[in-house]
Write a protein that binds this ligand. Structure first.
Ligand SMILES: Nc1ncnc2c1ncn2[C@@H]1O[C@H](COP(=O)(O)OP(=O)(O)O)[C@@H](O)[C@H]1O
Ligand SMILES: [Mg+2]
Length: 231
């Protein structure tokens, strides 16, 4: 449903991404792992439309959308969440969801708030809820409007291992229930191996390999480049 090819991004001579591609499918979770600086966030920036120019082919529902803006992509079902929490501290949780819900004309926001366990916090200001709850507001906002594609850039960043695993399982369940394609970036590889159907490993801006969790776990070059240090 989303086919990304040939993504190449250079920052002043430094190549952040070179010919990176992957396919996302409805109902499936596609993990992207790789050391810090591998190019994961830059890849999400390209697919979400935050970074344009450069070389990329992004075919969504049969059309190349590489020239489209972030807003266009969001309205047409490509949503992202950020590695750094992007909530407004002075706005209530409710106001966040109302704002996005109105813009995207989504009537089913209550259900989403429930599923995220945010109902008791609706009238609290985002600056006054825990970091973990802010992360859930952040993810929740990306899910308003029932996007067909969710690009989740380290949704578990800053959470405890068990909290981030819980979030990973929640995202997996949503992918299946909503028939949504998910690109999931997370540095806790155990969580990635558990919830992903397929994994792409990035290293220094290139695809080291793509495969099932079992294939990735067994791959020698992945172990050397990335997993090796944990053994
Ligand atoms: N705006 C920018 N200007 C210059 N270099 C950047 C910029 N954003 C990212 N980079 C560089 O691109 C590479 C990939 O970064 P990033 O996509 O954030 O990696 P990851 O998310 O995998 O940690 C890094 O070497 C980083 O320093
Ligand atoms: Mg990153």
């Amino acid at each position: 449903m989303l086919t990304v090819r040939d993504v190449t991004v250079r920052f002043k001579g430094v190549t952040a991404l070179e010919d990176v591609g992957l396919d996302l499918q409805r109902g499936r979770v596609h993990g992207v792992i790789g050391p810090n600086g591998a190019g994961k966030s830059t890849f999400v920036d390209v697919v979400s439309g935050r970074r344009r120019g450069g070389r990329a082919s992004i075919v969504y529902d049969g059309k190349n959308v590489a020239g489209r803006s972030v807003t266009w992509r969001r309205r047409h079902g490509i949503a992202r969440s950020f590695q750094r929490t992007s909530v407004f501290p002075d706005l209530t949780v409710r106001a966040h969801f109302e704002l996005v819900g109105r813009t995207l004309r989504d009537e089913s926001v209550d259900e989403l708030v429930d599923a995220l366990g945010l109902e008791p916090l609706l009238d609290r200001k985002c600056g006054q809820v825990s970091y973990g709850d802010q992360r859930r507001v952040d993810i929740g906002m990306a899910l308003v409007g029932r996007p067909a594609v969710l690009l989740a850039d380290e949704p578990g960043a800053g959470l405890s291992r068990s909290q981030s695993l819980e979030l990973a399982r929640f995202i997996r369940r949503l992918a299946q229930e909503r028939d949504m394609a998910v690109l999931y970036i997370e540095h806790d590889v155990d969580a990635v191996f558990e919830v992903c159907d397929e994994i792409t490993v990035l290293n220094l801006g290139r695809v080291l390999m793509s495969g099932t969790p079992a294939q990735v776990r067994q791959d020698r070059s992945v172990r050397d480049a990335y997993l090796g240090r944990e053994e």
